[in-house]
Design a protein around this ligand. Structure first.
Ligand code: GLN
Length: 322
C-alpha cells in the first residue's frame, strides 16, 4: 500500500512515545562494568532522523552515554567497506547465535566461527580486520573517523568507562584467545581486544545515533552532512545483520513485536533502521535480562505502533514536510 506520513505526524509520535514511556519501570543498569552501574537510571531520550535529514529530539538527547555494543554496527560497516561483503561473510559470518552477546558456547557451537560481527566474538574479530593491519593507532583512527562520519559529528572515548571495562573484561579476554586458537583473529590479539574495548567506551548521544541510523536507512549517505559514508550496496548487508541478531537471544521476539531492525548496547542505547525512511535512537540505562534497554525498546515500539509502520508490512512509505 502507498503510505504517506508528514513531519508533524512523526514529531507527534515521538513526543507521545516519550511521554508514555518516561515512567516505564523495570530493568537494571548493567553492573558487570562498574562505571555503568553508577549512571543515572532516570536518563531518557529519543531521537529520530528522517532520510531527508530532518531530526526530532526529545529528552536527554545530548547526554553522552557508553555506545557499547551499538559500536559493533559501526565497525561492521568499516570492515564491510575495507574488505567487502563476501570477505566479512567468510572471515566472520552473518548468522544469529541465539545466545547472549558474550557467549563462549556460541563460538564452540559454530565450529570455531565467530557467527556475526554483532556479538562480542565477531566484533573482536572485526577489530582485528580493521586496516591498516598491525598499526594500533592507525586502526583506532579508522574506527573513530568512521564513527564521526556515520554520526555526522565527532565522538570521544569516555576515559573512565574505558578504564572500568579494561579492568573487568575477563570474559572478553577468554573470547579473544579462544578465537586466536581457531585462527579467527587476523591481527595481534591484545590489540584487537583493546580496540574493541575502546570502541565500546565511546561516549555517544542519542541524536548522534539517530543520524548514524539515518545514514544506514539512507543507503550510506549521511542525511545531515550529505557525505557518502559507504556504498549503497552495503546498506542491506548491515541491515540484515541487525535484523538477525541485534537483540541477541531476543531478536526474533523483537522483530515480531516491533517491526524494525534494531541494535542495542548495555549502555542503554538502541539504534533502529527503517530502510528508505528513517533512523531512530532511544536511550535509557536500565536493561532487561538480555542486556537491552527496557525503556528504549518501549519507546521505539511505541513510535512504530503510532505510525502504523513495520518493515514487513509491505507499504511504500513516503514522508512529506508540512
Ligand atoms: N563492552 C560490552 C561487552 O563487551 C558490550 C556488550 C553489550 O553492549 N551488549 O561486554
Amino acid at each position: 500500500m502507498e503510505k504517506t506520513l508528514t513531519h508533524s505526524q512523526i514529531k507527534q509520535a515521538v513526543e507521545e512515545a516519550y511521554n508514555e514511556c518516561k515512567n516505564v519501570t523495570g530493568g537494571h543498569n548493567a553492573d558487570y562494568i562498574p562505571f555503568l552501574a553508577n549512571v543515572d537510571p532516570n536518563l531518557f531520550g529519543i531521537s529520530l532522523t528522517l532520510t531527508d535529514g530532518t531530526t526530532f529530539n526529545i529528552g536527554d538527547t545530548d547526554y553522552k552515554f557508553g555506545i557499547e555494543s551499538v559500536s559493533k554496527v559501526l565497525t561492521a560497516i568499516l570492515i564491510l567497506k575495507q574488505h567487502g561483503a563476501d570477505a566479512v561473510l567468510k572471515q566472520i559470518g552473518a548468522d544469529a547465535t541465539g545466545l547472549p552477546f558474550n557467549s563462549i558456547f556460541a563460538i564452540l557451537l559454530e565450529n570455531d566461527h565467530p557467527s556475526t560481527p554483532l556479538v562480542n566474538a565477531g566484533a573482536i574479530t572485526a577489530c582485528s580486520m580493521v586496516e591498516p593491519k598491525g598499526d594500533s593507532w592507525g586502526k583506532w583512527e579508522a574506527i573513530i573517523n568512521n564513527i564521526a562520519a556515520l554520526c555526522g559529528s565527532e565522538a570521544q572515548v569516555l576515559d573512565e568507562l574505558y578504564r572500568s571495562e579494561s579492568e573487568t573484561n575477563f570474559n572478553n579476554r577468554s573470547i579473544a584467545w579462544l578465537l586466536k586458537n581457531y585462527n579467527r583473529i587476523y591481527d595481534d590479539v591484545d590489540m584487537s581486544l583493546d580496540l574493541y574495548t575502546r570502541q565500546c567506551s565511546v561516549g555517544i548521544t542519542s541524536s548522534q545515533l539517530a543520524i548514524c541510523a539515518g545514514t544506514i536507512a539512507n543507503g550510506g549517505v549521511n542525511p545531515v552532512t550529505k557525505a557518502e559514508v559507504f556504498a549503497r550496496e552495503l546498506a542491506p548487508k548491515i541491515t540484515t545483520l541487525i535484523s538477525s541478531v541485534g537483540f541477541y537471544q531476543n531478536t526474533g521476539d523483537w522483530m515480531y513485536t516491533s517491526g524494525i531492525p534494531a541494535k542495542s548496547g548495555v549502555g542503554g542505547g538502541v539504534l533502529g533502521v527503517y530502510p528508505g525512511v528513517m533512523g531512530v535512537a532511544a536511550f535509557a540505562p536500565p536493561l532487561d535480562e538480555a542486556g537491552n534497554s527496557v525503556k528504549a525498546q518501549a519507546a521505539v515500539k511505541a513510535i512504530m505502533k503510532k505510525l502504523d509502520l513495520g518493515v514487513f508490512n509491505g507499504d511504500n512509505v513516503t514522508v512529506v514536510a508540512d
